[in-house]
Design a protein around this ligand. Structure first.
Ligand SMILES: Cc1cc2nc3c(=O)[nH]c(=O)nc-3n(C[C@H](O)[C@H](O)[C@H](O)COP(=O)(O)O)c2cc1C
Length: 172
């Protein structure tokens, strides 16, 4: 059994990116254990090198680091804000990267969903750069879903399921 940690990049309660991870988890190969981590993990103060996190938040962050380090791979679902990743996600990555960077040599898959015709692709290009900078092995294919309505099209479901299958092989 392989363990994947899925990170939602949006704090929004009804986040489409969170829902995309949920869709992936329901359809992924049964040999994969996909754990979607809480959106509240991202709810950290803006990193200021002059300040430290409270003991409680720091402990949570260290636990989260351990979770990432022990995982076989990560999927990040990032919203696109002004052509880039959300500030909350970037801040979370910055906090995690301090001292011991848990993303080094980690296999990472990137997905996004947005109402724009590109489905968040521009944000994922930035996220790819950031993760590569941290030494991650970023899976070459993206899934960028353009959606404003309630359900995925047949073609979108096929894209998402192909990604899930290919990423599962990538981490095996
Ligand atoms: C500050 C801001 C900037 C945004 N910029 C973009 C953008 O550049 N491209 C895009 O496709 N959507 C953009 N959006 C719309 C988001 O894609 C949309 O709100 C989406 O639902 C966010 O993801 P979520 O549902 O997972 O929270 C932006 C939204 C906000 C709040």
């Amino acid at each position: 059994m392989k363990n994947i940690i899925a990170i939602p990049g949006s704090l929004r309660k009804n986040s489409m990116n969170l829902e995309l991870l949920s869709f992936i988890s329901k359809n992924i190969n049964t040999k994969i254990n996909l754990m979607i981590t809480s959106q509240s993990q991202l709810d950290l103060p803006i990193l200021n090198q002059d300040h430290f996190l409270s003991e409680k938040l720091n402990q949570e962050l260290q636990e989260y680091k351990k979770l990432i380090i022990s995982s076989d791979g990560i999927i990040i679902a990032s919203p696109e804000y002004n052509g880039s990743v959300s500030g909350a996600l970037k801040n979370f990555i910055d906090w995690l990267s301090r001292d011991l960077n848990p993303f080094s040599n980690k296999k990472i898959g990137l997905v996004s969903i947005s109402p724009s015709p590109f489905g968040g692709l521009r944000g994922l290009m930035h996220l790819r750069d950031i993760m590569m900078q941290l030494g991650a092995f970023v899976y070459p294919g993206n899934v960028c879903i353009s959606k404003n309505g309630s359900s995925y099209s047949e073609q979108q479901m096929k894209l998402i399921n192909n990604f899930s299958e290919n990423f599962s092989s990538y981490i095996s």
